[in-house]
Design a protein around this ligand. Structure first.
Ligand SMILES: Cc1cc2nc3c(=O)[nH]c(=O)nc-3n(C[C@H](O)[C@H](O)[C@H](O)COP(=O)(O)O)c2cc1C
Length: 184
């Protein structure tokens, strides 16, 4: 299986990145091919809402930036991972920006051959509040709706809170993240 992980946080060695790395290590242990994009390093401009991508005979997004790499990786992927710290009950900005740019792809499963149809979607997220706090609830609902509209299958969330203890000092959650990756 090919896995495309879009990491939207600012800390490439932070809590969310560590949690994601455990998931990817588990997946790699079973031979899955993983590609991680640190969006903070990429030139991904916000969607302009120009609708040029929806005109007849349009060839994708008119903005030529690093989003081209992501479009290619998504097309190849069997599983997408959105990885982000919880920011204000939501995804971090760079990841939201990239998702907005998915608009240039065929995505509506009911109307067209959605590029996302048959793929899986997972969320890897850390938050300040403990995982038992329901801060992600609204976001998970949105991602589930995104899945049903685009034809993806929702796999679920790997998550923990970090206010008290950083991810690397939570061996149980690290092991769970690895096992989740290994059992994909
Ligand atoms: C701008 C910002 C917004 C945040 N919003 C929330 C929030 O809504 N709920 C929450 O539990 N934690 C929130 N946090 C805490 C982070 O989600 C938490 O510290 C996370 O583990 C940081 O991950 P990182 O080490 O990968 O950057 C916020 C932090 C920042 C900087």
């Amino acid at each position: 299986m090919k896995i495309c992980a879009l990491f939207g946080g600012p800390h490439k060695q932070g809590n969310t990145a560590h949690l994601l790395e455990h998931v990817l290590a588990g997946a790699q242990s079973r031979g899955h091919i993983c590609q991680r994009f640190d969006l903070v390093d990429l030139d991904i401009r916000p969607c302009k809402g120009c609708m040029a991508c929806k005109k007849p005979k349009a060839k994708g997004c008119v903005q030529k930036d690093d989003m081209g790499l992501i479009y290619e990786a998504i097309a190849q992927a069997d599983l997408l991972i959105f990885a982000s710290p919880l920011y204000w009950w939501n995804l971090a900005g760079p990841l939201k920006n990239a998702i907005d740019r998915f608009f240039a792809l065929p995505f509506a499963a009911a109307k067209e051959q959605s590029l996302f149809a048959g793929k899986k979607l997972m969320l890897v997220m850390t938050s300040g509040q403990p995982a038992s706090n329901d801060g992600r609830e609204g976001l998970e609902l949105i991602l589930q709706k995104m899945c049903s509209f685009t034809g993806m299958t929702w796999v679920g969330t790997v998550t923990t809170g970090t206010n008290e203890i950083p991810v690397e000092q939570q061996p149980e959650i690290c092991a769970r993240a690895y096992a989740t990756g290994a059992n994909l």
